[in-house]
Write a protein that binds this ligand. Structure first.
Ligand code: THU
Length: 162
């Protein structure tokens, strides 16, 4: 038996002004996307912004439904929209912002497990890691590689492409 451990690296910034330029705009776009959320049930509005390799930003927000499980998180709205609009274009970065009852959240919003799984597959298909920027009022967290959000992730990408 061997005791092993995984090292998860992330950066913490005190606010979006301290972010590197290329992340700053992405964080701004995620905040913009929050405004388009349809979240009358949870009152928790989430925005996600993607920067694609072609320079285009793709914005998504959470879309809820009276039949609750039918709704979808902001991150997957953005990732699936990007995949359907530009199937072959890589994602260069993803930012997430949120507000509750109209107030921006104090702490950064780490994405749900299902969205992390979708991020991992996007990365696996694109073969280039991308950063995830999580925006809160008190701090901003950045992982340079989405894999730090999902250790031991499932993937059948290499089998599926055979
Ligand atoms: N939500 C997201 O859009 N992204 C996340 O990463 C976590 C949760 C949404 C789903 C639901 O509409 C609302 O936030 C409350 O859970």
């Amino acid at each position: 038996m061997e005791n092993r451990s995984l090292n998860i690296q992330y950066k913490e910034y005190s606010n979006t002004n301290d972010l590197p330029e290329e992340y700053k705009l992405l964080a701004q776009k995620a905040k913009e996307a929050v405004k388009t959320s349809y979240s009358p049930y949870s009152k928790f509005a989430v925005g996600a912004a993607l920067l694609l390799e072609n320079g285009e930003f793709i914005l998504g927000s959470n879309q809820e439904n009276g039949a609750y499980p039918s709704g979808l998180c902001a991150e997957r709205v953005a990732l699936f929209y990007a995949g359907s609009k530009y199937p072959k274009v890589r994602v260069k970065g993803l930012a997430i912002a949120a507000s509750f009852k109209g107030e921006p959240v104090k702490e950064p919003l780490p994405p749900c497990g299902a969205c992390r799984q979708v991020m991992m597959e996007t990365q696996a298909v694109g073969k280039v890691p991308f950063p995830v920027i999580m925006v809160g009022e008190n701090r901003v967290l950045v992982v340079d590689n989405a894999k730090f959000l999902l250790p031991f992730s499932f993937s059948n990408v290499s089998d599926a492409s055979k």
